[in-house]
Design a protein. Structure first.
Length: 179
């Protein structure tokens, strides 16, 4: 005669056998430490940034040549609506204030002829330099958003940074505070 195991005892017994068969995985013994994924420190704008690049008009642009004046370094792009909106005001500021220079750093993948075509429709009085977004100028922080504007004092020292659209009044207010 066969003996039947009652069902309520069968389930716990099956679970117990299954758990007994499971062994915790053995940790491998490391012989060398695992490589650490190091992320480079976030780049910041230098206290006295330098910049030497070719402007869209073919001239050489050297930030150091503008010592003695306040310099507005404006990162922008043709596809950025707030950037295009602030261009006329920055252009007027550059043209009307003898103690203020503006340079536009076009932060986008664009060719010179394409930029020149854009500038015929959106002319400015200040120089435009095309900056490779994959290799931005070493002395400037990588923009996290556009427009991004740095104000340098007459000695070439970073005085203020504006993230987002900036007006001539914003810049003049910072200049007045920095005198």
């Amino acid at each position: 005669m066969t003996r039947k195991t009652p069902l309520p005892l069968l389930l716990p017994l099956t679970l117990l056998l299954a758990l007994a068969a499971c062994k915790p995985a053995q940790e491998p013994t490391p012989t060398t430490p695992a490589p650490v994924d190091e992320t480079p420190a976030e780049r910041t704008t230098a206290e006295f940034p330098t910049l030497k690049m070719k402007a869209v008009d073919g001239s050489d642009y050297d930030l150091a040549a503008h010592r003695g004046k306040w310099v507005v370094v404006n990162f922008w792009a043709t596809w950025c609506a707030p950037c295009r909106k602030e261009m006329p005001e920055l252009s007027a500021l550059h043209a009307m204030r003898s103690n203020i220079e503006v340079v536009g750093l076009a932060y986008e993948d664009i060719e010179v002829p394409e930029m020149q075509s854009f500038l015929t429709k959106h002319p400015v009085t200040y120089p435009i330099v095309i900056v490779d977004p994959f290799d931005p100028p070493a002395d400037f922080a990588t923009p996290r958003g556009l427009p991004l504007t740095h104000l340098l004092d007459p000695q070439g020292k970073l005085a203020h940074t504006f993230l987002g659209p900036v007006t001539a009044a914003d810049i003049e207010k910072q200049i007045a505070a920095g005198k």
